[in-house]
Design a protein around this ligand. Structure first.
Ligand SMILES: [Fe+2]
Ligand SMILES: [Fe+2]
Length: 406
């Protein structure tokens, strides 16, 4: 028996157990169809997760519940999106010409992932707000305890005259005012740890020496601010109190292992804590320095305002460096962060200070905080857009990098 037809010969001489070429094509097509169906289901699953996140944030009045729902549904959404990309890539890759489509789909999901990551990081960093750069654990701001002792009160301030550094002899007001300056001091003290964390992050990512030096010098500024706040509080109420041991400072968040994700995280942190929060602080304190009626406090405010303005500029420097290093991935994370930033924010303050009557003693009211936040946020949106555009045009000459997580 002769077999002259090549296709028939293929069938006859195929190794035992090996499928024919047609069978292979059929299997690939079937597998691709199954994968596409699975990918579609997962995509729907992913979109439902994102929808649930938005609904949860819109309908709940409980910040804690809203956060839990958001985190849960965001995790579901990210898992769904990740599975979809994997399934689509495999399925389309099995079909002729599918590789290009698969790459495009992967790129779209990569962009979405980085945007979501930036939004998520910004959301965590703005769940609670207080002045300056802070350290957090799962979004919660970490602050040191206060204990008796004069270790951090040595800023050379002393109460002078029968009334002292503030023009009221009402004991209750003086105690409350001193307590608020100690609260300010706690945030300054925590900022020392935040800049130490930034230094470690920059070192881990191979940042240039000027950025590392700025972060180190800024930490020294925050030590000085802490001493000024606690020293002023002692001058107001005569009590020697200082920040105590602060072990939580060593347990603040670490950067992801992936360099791309780490750059995106650092960029968003520097945008929110550096450019925004330190920028807002600088503006508020500069205004307070003009409104303050106590000369000793005014001197302190002027010094801190100048420092915080410099810290905000350093935050922008870090954002630009991360953009230059991480390219499109970091740009998407920053755009996601911008979308997630709250329109308003308010930090804890004594009820007596809310209407601005303590601004004569250097403690802000609600109206001042809201106005300066709005102004800083508007400035932030404009400058992020400019930074991304400048980086894009700079990198376009060398081929603008696509999203990659490595
Ligand atoms: Fe500070
Ligand atoms: Fe600062």
């Amino acid at each position: 028996m002769e077999h002259s037809d090549p296709q028939t010969l293929d069938s006859v001489y195929a190794a035992p157990g090996s499928p024919s070429a047609d069978a292979v094509r059929l299997n690939a097509a079937t597998r691709a169809a199954k994968l596409r169906a699975r990918a579609s289901k997962l995509l729907l699953f992913s979109l439902a997760g994102f929808g649930l996140s938005i609904v949860a944030m819109a309908v709940t009045s409980s910040a804690g519940l809203g956060t839990i729902l958001f985190l849960g549904s965001a995790l579901v959404a990210f898992a769904g999106a990740g599975h979809s990309v994997a399934a689509l890539t495999t399925g389309l890759g099995a079909a002729p010409g599918g590789v290009g489509i698969a790459s495009a789909v992967g790129l779209v999901f990569g962009n979405l992932f980085m945007t979501g990551l930036g939004a998520f990081a910004a959301l965590l960093s703005t769940m609670t707000f207080t002045r300056g750069r802070q350290i957090r654990s799962r979004g919660r701001i970490l602050l040191p305890p206060i204990e008796q002792g004069d270790a951090w009160t040595g800023a050379g301030l002393s109460s002078s005259g029968p009334i002292g550094i503030v023009d009221t002899d009402d004991e209750e007001t003086r105690r409350a005012l001193a307590a608020q300056w100690r609260e300010n001091g706690r945030t300054e003290h925590a900022s020392v740890a935040a800049f130490a964390r930034l230094t470690l992050d920059l070192m881990a990512l191979g940042a240039p020496p000027d950025l590392v030096a700025d972060a180190s010098r800024d930490a020294l500024d925050e030590i000085r601010h802490t001493e000024l706040c606690f020293g002023l509080a002692r001058a107001i109420d005569g009590s020697s109190e200082s920040p105590g041991a602060f072990p939580e400072a060593a347990r603040a968040r670490m950067l992801p292992r992936s360099r791309t994700l780490a750059l995106a995280q650092l960029a968003v942190d520097s945008l929110v804590d550096g450019a925004l929060h330190e920028g807002v602080s600088a503006r508020i304190i500069a205004k307070l320095a003009r409104r303050c009626e106590a000369p000793a406090i005014q001197t302190i405010l002027k010094e801190i305002a100048a420092d915080e303005g410099r810290h905000a500029r350093h935050g922008w420097d870090v954002v630009r460096w991360c953009l230059a290093e991480g390219g499109q991935s970091v740009a998407h994370a920053l755009e996601g962060a911008l979308r997630a930033l709250p329109k308003t924010m308010s930090s804890p303050m004594p009820d007596a200070a809310r209407d601005g009557r303590w601004e004569r003693w250097g403690i802000m009211g609600e109206e001042l905080e809201a106005a300066e936040h709005e102004a800083t946020r508007a400035d932030l949106e404009r400058r992020v857009g400019e930074a991304i555009a400048a980086n894009r045009s700079r990198q376009s000459a060398f081929g603008y990098g696509n999203v990659s997580v490595g």
